[in-house]
Design a protein around this ligand. Sequence first.
Ligand SMILES: Cc1cc2nc3c(=O)[nH]c(=O)nc-3n(C[C@H](O)[C@H](O)[C@H](O)COP(=O)(O)OP(=O)(O)OC[C@H]3O[C@@H](n4cnc5c(N)ncnc54)[C@H](O)[C@@H]3O)c2cc1C
Length: 333
Amino acid sequence: MQSECDLLVIGSGAAGLSAAVTAAHGGLRVIVAEKDAVLGGTSAWSGGWIWAPGNPVCAAAGTSDSAEAAETYLRAVLGTRFDAARVQAFLTHAPRMVAFFQSQTALAFEPGSQIPDTYGHLPGAGTGGRSVTAAPYDGRALGPLIRLLRRPLRETTFWGLTIQAGPDLRAFMTMTRDLRAFAHVARRMMLHLWDLARHGRAMQLRNGQALIARLIRSAADLGVEFRPNSPAVRLLTEAERVAGAVLATGSGEVTIRARRGVVLASGGFPHDLPQRSLAVPTATGDGRHLAGAVGARQGRTASPGAWCPVSVVRWPDGREAPFPHIIERGKPG
Ligand SMILES: Cc1cc2nc3c(=O)[nH]c(=O)nc-3n(C[C@H](O)[C@H](O)[C@H](O)COP(=O)(O)OP(=O)(O)OC[C@H]3O[C@@H](n4cnc5c(N)ncnc54)[C@H](O)[C@@H]3O)c2cc1C
């Protein structure tokens, strides 16, 4: 079987879906191929915080920041790996990215006015106002597409309910001491229990769940075609260019020819090694292998992984899962 599109995106996390939305907004016909039965990858399990210094959402909320301060911070964090051209490109385009999604798509953001930079002791570190996260989203707005949204990670939710860093988390932590916090939590829990009874899943989406749901909505609104259960297994080359990919589907191999290009957005490669990882099990470095097979080489990266201590949670049904300890930014643990 064969299909055609302008752009083929391999992987449906935040990277893949945002590339798909941007391309479709520019008028391209886009197909997103996803290895798993659901969309969202590790992004759907994440806090969803996007570090974008100088972004217009935080500026509108009253943050005053400068690109120079953010550059100073990156210089201190990256040390000898600081790459001036790439940092400059990032600092120029991150605010534009936030502005684009906020004004042109279903992705609305909230400012992280009180989310400090991770390495607060370094020069240029911000105490808040450099990050944004997706605004809470009602899963009902996805209609039948809600079935394609990866469910949150059981270990980091409260009965399947995602709790957002900032005022929401603070209310959960102080509900026994503060009446307003108690009322907030009681309302959230009542709505959640109703959603569980009615829909069998959380519908008050926050964090990475809200980010991915909003990106799915935006992509669907622009006519992007989703192909779940379709891992890319080979890239097609034609006259020295990548011209598509072969997907392994339940009904056999499908060839997708992409007139304008292929975006590899298959996540990292944490499951390449026998270690515990918080990433989805499908993050096995396929993009790296696909690109390597047509002659690509991996360049020098800032860091091949973000290390995070985990505890092993043992559930009564015998299942084991990692629980993250990310203390710096007020996330679970
Ligand atoms: C608990 C937790 C909290 C986090 N919080 C934050 C945060 O607040 N801020 C932050 O910046 N980062 C955070 N992270 C890290 C962040 O989630 C990841 O860096 C990010 O989601 C990676 O996005 P991605 O789109 O590159 O990959 P992913 O979201 O993993 O998506 C990759 C997708 O590609 C698919 N795929 C793989 N191989 C193939 C193939 N051959 N064909 C088709 N599809 C394929 C996968 O199934 C997956 O769906 C957090 C991570 C965790 C686990």
